[in-house]
Design a protein around this ligand. Structure first.
Ligand SMILES: [Zn+2]
Length: 948
């Protein structure tokens, strides 16, 4: 799953920063005060629960339900009697782990689905192997209205009852045990049920697009149980045989190619080939009046490739088909094997919880990600599509082919897919420099990793809330950084060969962390398990302090490690890490590196060479996951005098490391500002972005009416050269990095440097676009709309409101919604927020509108009080699953009083949901950090501005 567009967990970012290419926290979105949240999921949301409506029982489908056919029990009595059974047994709690008493070996699913209806119906026949005689079988079913259930054992049928437990757990209770003598017979649980088909984007849900309704699925992590009764844990991998019946004229898709399509009166019955063994969370369906665009035959040899869209949108699907084959080819080469599945369909879903989801054969995407018109899209849109697509394709091996046995190992999916996406893009689209963005991401997640409430990559899972929280920046981005570090340490070949051995050993099955580490250990002969253990199992980032002395040409280096913590933190220090690290230095006129595992709190090294080094860098190419510190003023000297000797990853890491040292009171803020001035001379897009972020930080915390003029002049001096170089409009043939940087520079020019020329240009472009959306290129419109909204009036608001439905592409639609959240007038902000509770804004886009209102100091208060008044309605819209992350909106604040208010608000019993506690803790801790940071830096910042 890719969470690039699921942003409820991001600290609200400054308005101008939100629209920077992929608005994702895996991509570069600076948090307001530089203190980063654990990640950036984007959560989705949806609309009111549809009424449960019972529909006719499903007819027996003898051809499909061959396991005894879906014939009701011979008694013909309704088998569900929850009250009676509940008195006799303690039903299964879905938060517990399932036992091995019954292990599923095969599913047959038959769904009757009309997306225009508010319910659907299904028959599920699950073949199981029983380990012992039993009169109860536990499994999952959530919000399903199970009409009938029985158990076929060979030719015999046993009546059964379903007893509903907590958290999506149910127990099938039998009147008598299915005895040991019957264990050899084929045993199948058969359920007939109906279920709500509502608009909350998890489980099987529906979306209205234009005049038509469609149905899609999002099952990971715990929502397959909302679509069919299931043993909904990743360790149970079985083949699935699926049938979907839809109204005539509609199409239906599932994980495998169709085996037959049959018209039955006013309905069409789709049967699909048996799947390879899948966990329930990878099963997927799509139905409705969908369009299909196919890639040329053998675009991917032997694998049909298509994009599926809602009506009228397949014309936007070509770019996705064009870029997919090269991404997949890079990965099949890496793994040394072909794709282990029969097809790739990529579905553009108009309302989607995550960024994308790696369902086998039916990969689902937010449509704004997948439907990119190459002639009318920003470089950021193209980058995001390739990055997310590479991530999902990587899951075909990491997660799909070999699946974690339990959610505590989800890093085996998400860290690997994130790492592999970076690797794939570096090979296929090196001009995008994904490795530089990965370094930036690592430094960003270190900030979240410094929280006392941070998770470990392999955090124990206690309940469904922990499962949801496992999909965060620690798993994805820290996971990628740790893998990167281990690849550097093991060597690319040993790393790859270990991965291949692991995949081969667990083909179509489950794999564990322990097995993977053993594979690496065997291939490399290195002590992998003991070296990686702390990085996986304890939270936090190491800080390596390096000191050295040089006498008679011999240099002795003293290394000392501890947990990096901001000043005032009460977090545990944890155990010392085993840190694979390489030191880089200049000796005898040459740049040399020496590598070591720092496996003790302190260690002393002697450097090679007979002269004192001109400089030392403690993390060559920033390949290691740790902060570092040099003695005295060596840090500033490295950045000021020896920057040209550093590699780009090393340069990109300078400002974030310096910021971290400031927060730990290891570097004076004044020195940090000097560093900002030095780095402002660089023109790499990532460094320019960091300098602009630093300006926003100063603006937020230290600028008022007394020094606004000095600040604006300083900001202008820094930003102007980039504005002049890049311009408002793209130039023909310009490098990708210019297109990636432009939005950030132009918005900063308008916002921080009060560049009236840029502001007027933006207003002009916005006016043209709103008169005729086809008259302006989408990249220009996206750039202009938000800037225009900052000073916009009611008339502009109305035009933007009307423009949502007229947007020529999904990306333009999102930009329009973002602009509606960017007004500064409290009245207009309130008006925009009210739209969240209407059909004008889909639940997936709620954060796009709300984020800017919280990120901007002028509108933050209005947004918070709107949230307080409309919280229940918002949760109803976005879904209870997203409520887990809603405390993050409070992290926009930077005062003790507001912290208390946020805490009181989210601590109310009626607002508590599982998993919220950790997010609330993180958000409150972020506010504390911001308060301390502001106290520490404000005086230096003001003094600096006075001297300008
Ligand atoms: Zn993923």
């Amino acid at each position: 799953m890719n969470l690039a567009f699921n942003r409820w967990r991001c600290s609200p970012a400054r308005r101008t920063l939100l629209g920077f290419f992929a608005p994702s926290c895996q991509f570069p979105i600076p948090a307001r005060n530089g203190i980063q949240p654990t990640n950036c999921k984007n959560f989705a949301h949806s609309s009111p629960l549809a009424f449960m409506k019972r529909i006719a029982l499903i007819l027996c489908s003898a051809t499909l339900i061959t396991t005894g056919c879906a014939t009701p029990p011979e008694t013909g009595e309704k088998a569900v009697d929850t009250k009676m059974a509940a008195a006799q047994i303690e039903p299964f709690d879905g938060d517990e782990r399932l036992s091995d008493t019954a292990v599923p070996t095969h599913y047959r699913l038959s769904l009757e689905l009309d997306p225009a209806e508010e319910t659907f119906s299904g028959t599920a026949s699950i073949t199981v192997e029983l380990a012992e005689a039993t009169d109860r079988i536990d499994l999952h079913a959530k919000d399903l209205d199970i009409e009938r259930v029985w158990v076929n054992v060979g030719k015999a049928k046993y009546e059964a009852k379903v007893v509903e437990g907590k958290n999506g757990g149910v127990t099938v209770a039998l009147d008598e045990p299915i005895g040991p003598s019957k264990l050899q017979a084929k045993t199948a649980l058969v359920f007939e049920y109906t279920a709500p088909l509502d608009e909350k984007p998890h489980g099987l849900y529906r979306v209205k697009d234009g005049d038509d309704w469609y149905a899609f699925t999002q099952f990971q992590p715990l929502s397959a149980r909302e679509a069919f009764p299931s043993f909904d844990e990743p360790r149970f991998k079985t083949p699935f045989d699926v049938r979907i019946t839809v109204p005539d004229g509609q199409k239906a898709f599932a994980n495998t190619p169709t085996s037959s399509v049959t018209e039955e009166g006013d309905r069409v019955v789709y049967d699909y080939a048996s799947t390879e063994p899948l966990p329930t969370y990878l099963v997927a369906f799509a139905a409705g009046p969908l369009e299909v665009l196919e890639a040329p035959k053998d675009a991917i040899p032997g694998v049909p490739l298509r994009v599926i869209t809602t009506k009228g949108k397949s014309k936007l699907a070509k770019y996705a088909l064009d870029v997919a084959p090269a991404l997949l080819k890079a990965q099949t080469d890496y793994f040394g094997m072909e794709l282990p599945y029969a097809k790739i369909d990529m579905v553009a879903v108009p309302n989607f919880w995550a960024g994308a989801m790696e369902n086998v054969g039916l990969v689902t995407f937010r449509e704004r990600l997948l439907l990119v018109d190459p002639d009318n899209a920003t470089p950021g849109d193209k980058y995001a599509l390739q990055s997310v697509m590479a991530h999902e394709f990587a899951h075909m091996w990491f997660g799909n082919y070999v699946t974690p046995a339990w959610w505590n190992d989800i890093w085996l999916n998400e860290a690997f897919a994130t790492w592999m996406a970076t690797r794939t893009l570096a090979e296929v689209a090196p001009e995008l420099e994904p490795r530089i963005d990965a370094v930036k991401g690592s430094l960003r997640v270190m900030s979240a990793d410094a929280l006392a409430h941070a998770r470990a990559i392999r955090q124990p899972i206690r309940d469904g809330g922990d499962v949801m929280n496992a999909f965060d920046g620690i798993t994805y981005t820290k996971g990628r950084a740790v893998l990167q570090m281990f690849e550097s340490w093991l060597g690319e070949e040993d790393f790859r060969d270990g991965v291949r051995a692991h995949l081969e050993a667990n083909a179509h099955g489950n794999g564990t962390t322990k097995e993977l580490l053993s594979a690496w250990q065997e291939v490399s002969g290195k002590p992998v398990e003991q070296t990686i253990r702390q990085f996986l199992d304890q939270p936090g980032t190491p800080l390596v302090e390096l000191d050295y002395k040089c006498e008679a040409g011999k240099t002795t280096v003293q290394l000392e490690q501890s947990r990096y913590l901001p000043a005032g933190s009460t977090a545990d220090h944890g155990e010392p890490w085993h840190i694979p690290m390489c030191i880089k230095y200049e000796a005898d006129g040459k740049v040399v590196r020496t590598c070591e595992v720092l496996d003790a709190p302190k260690k002393t090294l002697t450097l090679a060479g007979d002269t004192c080094p001109a400089w030392i860098h403690p993390n060559a190419d920033e390949a290691g996951y740790y902060h570092w510190k040099l003695p005295g003023d060596h840090f500033v000297a490295l950045a000021k005098d020896y920057r040209d000797a550093l590699s780009m990853p090393e340069k990109v890491a300078l400002l974030p490391h310096a910021k971290a040292l400031v927060e730990a009171h290891g570097l004076a803020y004044g020195d940090y500002l000097k560093l900002v001035e030095h780095m402002a001379r660089e023109d790499h897009r990532v460094i320019v972005g960091q300098v602009i972020d630093a300006l926003y930080g100063i603006d937020e915390h230290a600028v008022d009416e007394t020094n606004r003029a000095q600040f604006t002049a300083w900001a202008k001096k820094i930003i102007d050269p980039h504005v002049n170089r890049l311009g408002f409009a793209p130039k023909d043939g310009e490098p990708a990095e210019d297109g990636l940087l432009r939005p950030k520079v132009i918005r900063a020019a308008a916002d921080l440097a009060n560049d009236t020329k840029v502001i007027e240009q933006a207003k002009g472009v916005a006016k043209e676009y709103l008169q005729d959306p086809t008259s302006v290129s989408i990249p220009q419109a996206k750039l202009a709309l938000r800037i225009a909204a900052w000073s916009g009036d009611e008339a502009l608001w109305k035009k933007l409101r009307a423009a949502i439905t007229k947007a020529p592409t999904p990306s333009a639609r999102v930009a329009t919604i973002g602009a509606l959240g960017s007004f500064r007038s409290p009245e207009l902000v309130k008006q925009s927020l009210e739209l969240l509770l209407t059909d004008a804004i889909r639940s997936q886009d709620a954060w796009t509108l709300m984020g800017p209102t919280l990120g901007e100091p002028e509108t933050r208060e209005v947004a918070w009080s709107w949230l307080e008044q409309n919280y229940d309605a918002l949760v109803e819209k976005v879904g209870a699953k997203s409520a887990t992350s809603l405390p993050w909106v409070g992290s926009a604040f930077c005062s003790k009083a507001r912290k208390d208010q946020v805490e009181a608000f989210f601590s109310k019993e009626e607002r508590k949901v599982k998993g919220m506690e950790r997010n609330l803790g993180q958000a409150l801790e972020s506010i504390d950090r911001c308060v301390r940071y502001r106290e520490y830096m404000a005086e230096d910042a003001r003094a600096f501005l006075e001297d300008i």
